[in-house]
Design a protein around this ligand. Structure first.
Ligand SMILES: *Cc1c(COP(=O)(O)O)cnc(C)c1O
Length: 234
């Protein structure tokens, strides 16, 4: 077994164990393999080990990788910040975007989504722990943004995502993830017009996926635990 397939197996076992602990079915949580900074060959290796969903932060790096992997049936998720001048590349190449945090970007993505592709799946990034310099919509504004994004014709609003500040204590990780979960539940309960596939709570990374799964995450985004430490920060 290669290191990547071994690591992948271990992450899937962590997810299963966390699901069992939380009394949730194992298939309630999707693993998104975060391949930023790693080359196409690493993605190919992960795919050979059974992984199909990949997350990328840097748009140009991602598009180059997609081109090198056209022969594989992969699902690509944009999990990095999107500058306006990159929105077209995102709309044309990705299956999902987790980082919609303002209407202007959502509008551009909807306008630029090619007609031959299905609507772009999007999550709203929420600044759940309130770092003033962080991206993400403020929790109090999330429902209003959800209503606006749901009205855009070429987007499908699927849920919310969060990137809390790293915390070392399980109880602290859980508390923050539970706040995100509560916001998710509130948006579901609001039953906004056009929001009919709101099923994705994107939270949890290598260091806190257990707490995220316990709080109700449906998609964990894991890089380091699969591919190893990155040689440049991202
Ligand atoms: C890099 C990154 C991850 C993966 O983080 P690891 O700690 O390597 O698992 C998840 N989500 C986002 C938004 C990231 O930028």
């Amino acid at each position: 077994m290669t290191t990547i397939s071994h690591n992948l197996q271990q992450v899937l076992e962590r997810i299963s164990a966390a699901c069992a602990q939380a009394q949730r079915p194992t298939d309630a949580v999707t693993l998104l393999a975060v391949s930023k900074t790693w080359g196409a060959s690493a993605v190919r290796e992960a795919h050979a080990a059974g992984q199909t969903c990949f997350g990328e932060n840097y748009i140009q790096e991602a598009v180059d990788k997609m081109a090198a992997l056209r022969d594989l049936p992969l699902e690509w998720h944009c999990i990095g910040p999107i500058q306006s001048n990159k929105s077209r590349l995102v709309a044309e190449n990705f299956d999902w975007v987790h980082t919609v945090d303002r209407l202007k970007i959502a509008q551009r993505l909807s306008d630029q989504r090619p007609v031959h592709l299905p609507p772009l799946n999007v999550c709203l990034q929420v600044n759940v722990d309130g770092g003033p310099t962080k991206s993400g919509v403020e929790p109090g504004q999330a429902q209003a943004l959800a209503a606006q994004v749901a009205a855009l014709p070429r987007l499908c609003l699927r849920g919310i995502m969060s990137i809390p500040e790293p915390l070392s204590e399980f109880a602290q990780q859980l508390a923050v993830h539970q706040q995100t979960r509560a916001l998710f539940d509130a948006i579901v309960a609001a039953a906004l017009p056009g929001v009919d596939r709101f099923d994705t709570l994107s939270m949890g990374m290598s260091a806190d996926l257990e707490a995220a799964v316990l709080a109700g995450s449906s998609m964990v985004r894991v890089g380091t635990a699969i591919f190893g430490g990155r040689s440049y920060p991202a």
